[in-house]
Design a protein around this ligand. Structure first.
Ligand SMILES: [Zn+2]
Ligand SMILES: [Zn+2]
Length: 388
């Protein structure tokens, strides 16, 4: 069986599905029509769906005649609150919403894989779960709900992919270990005592306390985290809620920030230290402190041995598989990989002959090279055949 020929035969269908989805984007957790499109197609293919999955996620289950593992493949289906600036005949028809992260391509490739396997029952061993998942772009993340719904309980391995505009089309990143960072937002509420500028000694100062907290947090990483254990900590907002009140001492301040780690244990440790340092500085300055953690996604960790095996399988099938350093962005497929071993690929979507495909994700000019879908389909099919 020639994987390239199979994927190439799907090229037309890949392009037409993707363009339809691209024209009709929906925001996270609002993907009603996209989910209906998914369900209609699965129904046409005769693939039964799991009942009771929450929201706009859909899980198709294809059972083989022969025994084998339970493999899960996931595509995210949501778009972003961005107005498309590309001048394409299939540009987004919805003002203010755009598939600027390539999830239209992810959804399309998974549907074409389901299409192919449903028409080749002789290849299906064990069970394949096709997860078309809502809300990747927005916390708490559709992934968390899929895991909570028990979809992974009987699954042996999980797989997904993302288009990568910084990688040339035809190249697939199959790298073990951490691939995307955890992220957590946090808020620090500091409370002091306000007053008139002329009676400063009777007030409790929140502004310099906040400044000390920010300075201490900016010094925290090198004294807490190993130098090769990538971590970022950024303060993005400080506010007393006052403006043009030059002689009024404020009584409160809020500080907001974001922390990212490639190691989930490091994330827990650094967040605990952020809280301790903030509380102790506030206590020393007679201020009250309330720390609020707003969790994002965990770090995404690919299974090392499995990913190496799949990388070899891709190369054997003539696919250019490489490794690259991980990204500090978040990805909710991390929840699947916390629960079950698997791999998340990055598939190049940049074509040097088409300058528009160089635009990065989450940008109004994002424009993937549609050939990425052919390579992604090959990647998923090689993965499937290697695992059964
Ligand atoms: Zn995104
Ligand atoms: Zn994405």
């Amino acid at each position: 069986m020639n994987i390239h020929e199979i994927a190439e035969e799907y090229r037309e269908k890949l392009v037409s599905y993707r363009r339809y989805l691209h024209q009709n984007p929906e925001l996270s957790f609002e993907e009603v029509h996209t989910a209906a499109w998914v369900r209609e197609h699965l129904k046409e293919l005769g693939i039964p769906m799991v009942e009771g999955v929450r929201g706009n996620s859909t899980v198709g289950v294809l059972k083989g005649q022969q025994p084998g593992p339970v493999l899960l493949f996931r595509a995210d289906i949501d778009a972003l609150p961005i107005t498309e600036e590309n001048d394409l005949e299939f540009r987004s028809k919805v003002p203010g919403i755009m598939h600027a992260c390539g999830h239209d391509a992810h959804t399309t490739v998974l549907m074409c894989m389901a299409d192919f396997l449903s028409k080749h029952p002789e290849l299906v061993k064990g069970t394949v779960k096709f997860v078309f998942q809502q809300g990747e772009e927005q916390t708490p993340g559709g992934a968390k709900l899929v895991v909570e719904d028990g979809i992974l309980d009987d699954v042996d391995y999980v797989f997904s992919w993302h288009c990568a505009p910084e990688i040339e089309v035809g190249t697939v990143v199959a790298a073990g270990g951490p691939r995307s960072a955890s992220f957590d937002n946090f808020e620090i509420y500091i409370e002091g005592k306000g007053g008139h500028a002329s009676t400063q000694s009777h007030a409790i100062d929140v502004t310099s306390t906040g400044a000390l907290v920010v300075t201490a947090l900016n010094q925290l990483i090198p004294w807490t985290v190993e130098p090769l254990d990538s971590t970022t900590l950024i303060i993005t907002h400080m506010n007393t809620g006052q403006h043009e009140l030059y002689n009024v001492i404020p009584d409160k301040m809020v500080i907001e920030g974001n922390v990212r780690c490639l190691n989930n244990e490091t994330a827990e440790r650094i967040i605990k230290r952020i809280q301790e340092v903030s509380e102790q500085i506030c206590a020393a300055k007679n201020c009250k402190c309330r720390f609020v953690r707003l969790p994002g996604y965990p770090a995404l960790i690919n299974d090392e041995a499995l990913t190496d095996r799949l990388s070899d399988a891709l190369k054997r099938n003539g696919i250019h598989a490489i490794t690259t350093p991980p990204y500090m962005i978040g990805e909710d497929f991390a929840y699947y990989l916390l629960k079950k071993p698997g791999t998340y690929f990055n598939v190049g979507s940049y074509n040097p002959e088409k300058s528009e495909t160089a635009c990065l994700l989450h940008n109004p000019n994002f424009c993937l090279d549609e050939s990425v879908m052919v390579y992604a389909m090959e990647t998923l099919l090689v993965t499937y055949l290697e695992m059964v």
